[in-house]
Design a protein around this ligand. Structure first.
Ligand code: 13P
Length: 258
């Protein structure tokens, strides 16, 4: 566990990304368990906890999590504020449902929806403009890592967010999610993850005078069994959790580890 004064400048987060999973009934059971544990455990209360759900569940999140210490949000947002953009959802709309965070640039959206880093930066800026905290996801593929291009890839993904990082460093969160570790059960080792997080922090320092305030989370097969070691690395400020965030016991164990 970090204990230097540096960590207190940055928020520690554990964020669940439900992806396109769950149902109203399953959500109710999961959320009830998370809320109950959060109320009861001071350990759980130490980190910021959030869940990012599919859009249709926002009313359920508002009803269940409104007034609790658990934040919630969506997994994508439009770069536009309003207009003829069929199928898109604006940041202001998310805010109307009490959402305070939103994922942008998840590798699954970069892959399946052809999102570019420039588009991701525009989405992050739209989120900040509406008062939301974007969680900007970056990460290299296995081929990029094996070609020695991991750092260059991540730097290229971060670069279009430079203006936002300079203007609003306290309103953004970065999540490093190596694509090869997502849903594969293959986690970056704590040393590998720490090395990339240190690199990201050095890149952020080039882009923002307040880089030390930006939380950088790790994501990719985080489980109760590996969370503590990952989160104890000096540049890892918590996690973005996929599969394990759908099981209350597992998610809460990860929250405790943070
Ligand atoms: P898993 O935890 O299932 O590997 O997913 C990570 C992720 O993509 C979170 O956004």
């Amino acid at each position: 566990m970090k204990c230097d004064s540096e960590m207190y400048k940055r928020n520690r987060w554990v964020i669940g990304n439900w992806k396109m999973n769950s149902s109203l009934v399953a959500n109710a059971t999961l959320l009830e368990a998370i809320v109950a544990a959060r109320d009861e455990s001071s350990g759980v209360g130490a980190s910021r906890v959030a869940v990012c759900a599919p859009f249709p569940y926002l009313t359920q999140l508002q009803r269940t999590l409104g007034g609790t210490a658990i934040a919630y949000g969506a997994q994508d947002v439009s770069e536009h504020t309003s207009g003829a953009y069929t199928g898109q959802v604006s940041a202001a709309m998310l805010g109307e449902f009490g959402a305070t965070i939103v994922l942008v640039g998840h590798s699954e959206r970069r892959l399946y929806n052809a999102e570019t880093s420039a588009l991701v930066a525009a989405k992050a800026a739209a989120a900040v403009a509406a008062g939301l905290t974007p969680v900007i996801c970056v990460g290299e593929t296995l081929a990029e890592r094996e070609s020695g291009l991991a750092e260059a890839t991540v730097a290229r993904q971060l670069a279009p967010c430079a203006a936002l990082m300079a203007s609003s460093p306290k309103n953004i969160v970065i999540a490093y999610e190596p694509v090869w570790a997502i849903g594969t059960g293959k986690t970056a080792s704590p040393a590998e993850a720490q090395a990339m997080h240190a690199f990201i922090r050095s890149e952020l320092a080039k882009l923002s005078a307040a880089a030390a305030d930006i939380s950088v989370l790790y994501g990719g097969s985080v489980k109760a069994a590996n969370a503590r070691e990952l989160f104890s690395q000096s540049d890892i400020d918590g996690g973005l959790i996929g599969g394990a965030s759908l099981i209350a016991e597992d998610f809460l164990a990860i929250v405790s580890a943070a």
